[in-house]
Design a protein. Structure first.
Length: 146
């Protein structure tokens, strides 16, 4: 099958897809996407097996993931993206250890890109007091103690 598309800046592209769903060079996606690198959990639909994958790019309608996951085109999956939660989807294409996922619903990409909040350390006040009470070494030349 040959897929032809027009980008918003009037660039055209043609991409071929063989019977296995593998795509050639080019790009046939119409939704803008962000290149990024986050880790996500992926669950295969019927098996329930969970895998950790690297998310290489993300859009509101899907993502490209990388990992050693035994997926084939049209497999039902669920993916747990940080700050977004579990999203159902299906595998759109597979090329080596990379694969595309089409989400069943749109997500807020900005939410997934937000940095994780670091939880405050409950021991921090104690450490600050301890450091303040620790004597400092006076500045000057060091001497060797035998």
């Amino acid at each position: 099958m040959i897929v032809e598309w027009t980008m918003p800046d009037n660039r055209h592209g043609i991409r071929s897809r063989d019977a296995s769903g593998t795509m050639g060079d080019g790009d046939n996606r119409h939704i803008s996407r962000d290149s990024l690198f986050i880790l996500a959990e992926l669950r295969l639909g019927d098996h329930g097996s969970e895998y950790r994958v690297k998310v290489r790019n993300l859009s509101s309608g899907g993502m490209m993931a990388e990992g050693d996951v035994p997926v084939t085109r049209s497999d039902a999956i669920s993916v747990n993206l940080r700050k977004v939660g579990w999203i159902d989807g299906s595998v759109a294409w597979v090329e080596g250890n990379r694969f595309g996922v089409a989400f069943a619903r749109e997500i807020d990409v900005a939410q997934a890109r937000m940095p994780m909040q670091v939880q405050p350390d409950p021991q921090e006040p104690f450490r600050r007091r301890l450091m303040a009470a620790t004597p400092t070494v006076p500045a000057g030349p060091l001497r060797k103690v035998i």
